[in-house]
Design a protein around this ligand. Structure first.
Ligand code: SF4
Ligand code: SF4
Length: 228
């Protein structure tokens, strides 16, 4: 084994500082999370969302393909029949129970690939934390996409004269007067009716999402205190 020269041996214990010193003059790349939240890449796989059609009906048809595709067994779905008084999605079936267990999910995206109606997609939301194990199981109410301005909250009948095919093709662009009249007759206080309180009043987060938002806000506050 070659022996070091005397000078090299003398500098050896401080040699590692060369790396430190050379990095002191480079630009800082540390992300100041949580005070600065860096946007993710557009196709980042974050929390899931159950989407709606433009008239407010749900895209999920309760087929369970997402649950079968999931390698982590994180999704639980129970479908049910739509009825004239309880039409939640176009066609025969809707997702009555829908759960995603975020303690199991590995965010692989296989579920959204399996979904035949593009009901299930993934958002860029990565701040997922909860104080309890049960709180990490999102229910349908936590996952449903918020109603956008002009949408009419489900349940209500499909656009008259259409089948699920017209919905899949994107030919339904919003609620019709007949749908509005139906909701006015069955739920006169619905906030999404024209002249009602508005979609913000209808977009109440589900219990798990609400607790998770509180937990993330508290953790962010604590993190910010730690930075001071
Ligand atoms: S992202 Fe992957 S692990 Fe998570 S629910 Fe979907 S299929 Fe399952
Ligand atoms: S999210 Fe898609 S794949 Fe899953 S049950 Fe609903 S329609 Fe079927």
């Amino acid at each position: 084994m070659p022996t070091r020269g005397k000078v090299a041996s003398w500098f050896a214990p401080v040699g590692g500082f060369g790396v430190t010193i050379s990095n002191m003059f480079r630009p800082t790349v540390t992300e100041e999370y949580p005070s600065e939240k860096v946007p993710t890449k557009p196709r980042y796989h974050g929390r899931h969302q159950l989407n709606r059609y433009a008239d407010g009906l749900e895209k999920c048809i309760g087929c369970e393909l997402c649950a079968w595709a999931c390698p982590a067994d994180a999704i639980y779905v129970e479908g049910a029949d739509n009825t004239p008084d309880e039409q939640h999605s176009p066609g025969e079936r809707y997702g009555r129970v829908y759960q995603i267990n975020y303690l199991r999910c590995i965010f692989c995206g296989l579920c959204i690939e399996a979904c035949p109606t593009r009901a299930l997609t993934m958002t860029n939301d990565y701040e997922l934390a909860g104080p309890t194990r049960a709180g990490m199981i999102y229910e349908k109410q936590d996952l449903l996409a918020p109603l956008r301005e002009g949408m009419l909250a489900a349940p209500h009948p499909m656009v008259e004269g259409t089948t699920d095919t017209e919905y899949y093709r994107g030919e339904v662009t919003g609620p019709t007067p007949d749908q509005v009249d139906w909701v006015r007759e069955h739920r006169p206080d619905d906030p999404t009716l024209p002249g009602g309180a508005g979609v913000d009043a209808a977009n109440v987060p589900g219990p798990a999402a609400a607790v998770m938002a509180e937990t993330v806000a508290a953790a962010t506050k604590q993190g910010l205190r730690g930075l001071r």
